[in-house]
Structures are given as C-alpha cells and as structure tokens.
Design a protein around this ligand. Structure first.
Ligand SMILES: *Cc1c(COP(=O)(O)O)cnc(C)c1O
Length: 447
C-alpha cells in the first residue's frame, strides 16, 4: 500500500468507523494507525512500520499474532463446522473445552456457559447468581457488592458493578446502584503498614456491607489480584481468600471476573489459585481464544448448576446469545490450552516475569516513577506529575511517543504498564524497556 492509499484508509475509517473508547475528534490530530498484517509480538502498518504489541492488543493476545498452531487449528475447524446454534446441538470443540477448563479447576467449577464478550459473561454471572437464589426461595437476595475502582465491562448490567466514573457518568440513570466496598489496593498502605493492613481494612468494609444488607446480597464480584482497568491496582491474595470466607459466612456468591487476569496472566492459570480458593462463578474471556476470536464463558459450581436443574422451564437459565459456543472460537481456545500444556507456558511465565521486571529497570529508576509493581506478566508503575493539566495529557502523549519508537502501549491516566504476549523474548523485553524509558523522558520534557 502506498502512502496515499494509507492516508485514504485513515480518512475512510474516520468517516465510517466509530472507534471504541475514543473521542473521535482526537483522530483529527492523531489518526488511527492503519494495520496491514501482524506476526509474533509485532503489528505492521502498510508502510512496514512496526509496533511491538506491549499490551497484547487490549490484554487478549497470549502467544503473539498469526500463530502457526492456532492458525492451523482454525483452518482445520473451518472445513468441519464453522458455526451452529448451541441450543439443541453440541459439538466436539465446545465439549472438549468445557471438560478441560473444568479439569483445570479440579472440577470445582464444572459447568461452562458460553457467550462472546467479557461484559456478557459478567451479565450472565450476575443473572445466574440472582436466579439461583430465587430458585432456592431467596428472591430478596438480588443486590451486588463490587469493589472500588473495579471494572467489569460496559453493558448496562456490567456497568452497574463497575466503579469507573468516566465510563459511568453519562449512564447513571440507567444503572441499578451496587454497593461499593473499599479498595484493597496495596498502594494505600500508610507508612509502616504492609499489604496485610490494607487487606484487613478492605475486608472489614465488605463485611460492613454484608451486615448492613444482610439477606439482600446475591454476590460479591471481584477482579482477583489485579484490578486492571483501574490502573493495574494490585492486592494481596489474602483479600480474595477473605472474600471467600465472608461470602460463605453471610450466604452470598463470590464471582471472580478473571476476564483480564485469567489464562496465566498473573502466574497461575486462574488468579484465584494463588488465593487457594474457588469462587461460585468465574468469568473468562480475552485470552481464552489466544486473542483470536470473541469468546467468553462463565464457569459455575455444582450447587449453582443444581439450583436450575428442574422440570420447570422457568427455573432453567434461559439466557442465550446467537454465537454461544461458536466452534471456531472454541477450537482456538482448545489450541490455546494445548499450547499451555505442550510448551509449559505457566512455568515459562514464572521464569520470565523477573526478566520482564529487570528490563523495566531504567523506567523504575526514573525520578518521577512511583509504585513499581508486578504480578506475573503484568508490570506497572505510576508517573508522578504535579501539574494537573500535564497529568491529564500524559496517557495520550506517552502513547504517541511510544508509537514513534515502535511500541504500542495505552497508559491509564498516569499509570504506565506493559502486559505483553507471553512469547516476548528477553532481548525484546530489554529493547521495550529502553524505548519506554526514552518515550517517558520525551513525554515529560514536552511543553
Ligand atoms: C475487558 C474486561 C471486561 C469486559 O470484556 P469485554 O470483552 O470488553 O466486554 C470485563 N471485566 C474485566 C476485568 C475486563 O478486563
């Protein structure tokens, strides 16, 4: 594609495509990058300029782009069964995927319900929780507790348990209020305190809400270990363990939204494993298809499943989406799980995490960098910027500076993070750290 064609594509995109999470007017100054192909950790535009995908294309990609094994699995699946409805029918990819995921929880969460995107999985978990209580004769349990700063998606139900003012404020009138519990973010530790003190305070706040609304809370929903959209806010695994205990004590479900933190991102396949507990409902999406196709699912415990198992149709979970259990997406997910097993991905990630951390050393030592933190394959820090205007411009400017240095990132406010595909090499990590350091210096020096 020549330069004229590329500019033409950007202009056409601007006229006809309404981009997500974007004030479209900004594209007048910074047009979208027109990609033509991708391979491994690299995205390429039509001028063969390249960008290292340091945020796994919004946290979905695990093993790089155009992966030979996933490509081959999809080609094979295409000639067998591309899609059929899952009501009244079943097929090998959806069965095998459900079995394998169930086995990964030692069958604690043995029943998989499918959808296509993360927000829908959250909606399903919320509905399942309330409906399960209703079927058990406890229809007054229909309120939710969510965590300050938490993010669960942008459909109306998911947004109601999301605490991100920027995403919520225009839609408040549509949202059924949830109870918001204090954040367990370890950055809140006072001098002399440790993570355990913050954890204890945050759990006490959840307990306060459970007591206040005793008998009315259907579920507590949490992103275990890392609240990603909040700006990679990390908490101690003891917090998740504490939530499990509180939910058991007060008779509420625990919903783990592992849409971003699942699939090996934090060091274990499921983040909950590090807390040593299972939730009643667990949401997966993003990485589960290797970053190839829209796929999400909710894994439910036997007791939730049993609450719907009946002769009465209305006691069943009648929720559906057109593409529920899409065979292509399930096949991509199966190949993703096969790669985890064949290539010992979790072991590799555990060994690679310190290498990733060390590559960010220059950034970590920058005078304006605070709260360097890491959980598995998520590395983050905060950039201290006193001037409020400059702080509000930081994310955009830093992304532009990084793009000029062949790196794709998308800072959240003044939080700078990387969440790379697991195939990132040590050399690429070092290079990435250097580029980001240069980009940070350029961003902070800009008027
Ligand atoms: C991305 C995300 C969602 C929403 O998933 P979509 O596919 O964007 O709808 C929900 N919860 C968490 C924790 C997420 O990171």
């Amino acid at each position: 594609m020549n330069l004229c064609d590329e500019h033409d594509l950007m202009a056409r995109s601007q006229r006809s495509v309404w981009h997500p999470c974007t004030q479209m007017r900004r594209h007048e100054v910074t047009p979208p990058i027109a990609l033509s192909h991708a391979h491994g950790v690299w995205l390429y535009d039509s001028q063969e300029r390249r960008y290292l995908d340091a945020i796994s294309s919004w946290w979905v990609n695990l093993f790089g782009h155009t992966h030979a094994r996933i490509n081959a699995a999809l080609v094979d699946q295409l000639s067998r069964l591309e899609h059929a409805m899952l009501a009244g029918f079943t097929h090998e990819p959806v069965v095998a995927l459900s079995e394998q995921l169930s086995a990964l929880t030692q069958h604690a969460l043995g029943h998989c319900f499918y959808a296509s995107d993360g927000a829908s999985a959250v909606e399903i978990a919320l509905k399942m929780s309330v409906h399960a209580w209703r079927n058990a004769g406890q229809s007054h349990k229909n309120e939710f507790i969510c965590i300050a700063g938490g993010y669960h998606g942008e459909t109306v139900g998911a947004l109601a348990v999301t605490d991100t003012p920027l995403f919520r404020h225009a839609y408040e009138a549509l949202l059924r209020p949830a109870h918001i519990a204090a954040s367990p973010d370890v950055r809140q530790a006072n001098p002399g305190e440790g993570a355990i003190d913050v954890t204890r305070r945050a759990l006490a706040d959840v307990e306060r809400l459970l007591q206040q609304r005793e008998g009315c809370i259907a579920a507590v929903i949490v992103e275990p270990l890392v609240q990603c959209a909040a700006g990679m806010a990390m908490h101690d695994p003891a917090y998740v363990r504490g939530l499990r205990a509180l939910c058991d004590r007060y008779g509420a479900h625990l919903i783990a939204d592992e849409i971003a933190v699942g699939c090996g991102r934090t060091g274990s396949f499921f983040a909950c494993e590090q807390a040593g507990v299972w939730p009643d409902l667990l949401c997966l999406s993003k990485g589960i298809s290797g970053g190839y196709l829209p796929l999400s699912l909710v894994m439910a415990s036997d007791s939730i499943y049993a609450a719907f198992y009946d002769d009465d149709v209305r006691r069943g979970f009648l929720h559906s989406h057109s593409y529920t259990g899409n065979p292509l997406a399930c096949r991509a997910a199966l190949e993703t799980l096969a790669i985890f097993a064949d290539e010992q991905v979790l072991e590799h990630n555990r060994a690679f995490a310190p290498v990733l951390g060390a590559s960010m050393q220059l950034l970590a030592e920058h005078a304006q960098v605070r709260h360097v933190r890491q959980r598995g394959m998520i590395w983050a820090c905060d950039v201290a910027i006193d001037d409020a205007q400059a702080a509000s411009r930081f994310a955009h400017r830093m992304a532009v500076e990084a793009a000029q240095r062949e790196v794709l990132i998308r800072p959240i406010g003044t939080t700078l993070y990387v969440m790379p595909p697991y195939i990132l090499s040590a050399d690429q990590a070092d290079w990435l750290g250097q580029q980001l350091h240069q980009a940070l210096i350029a961003t902070l020096e800009a008027p």
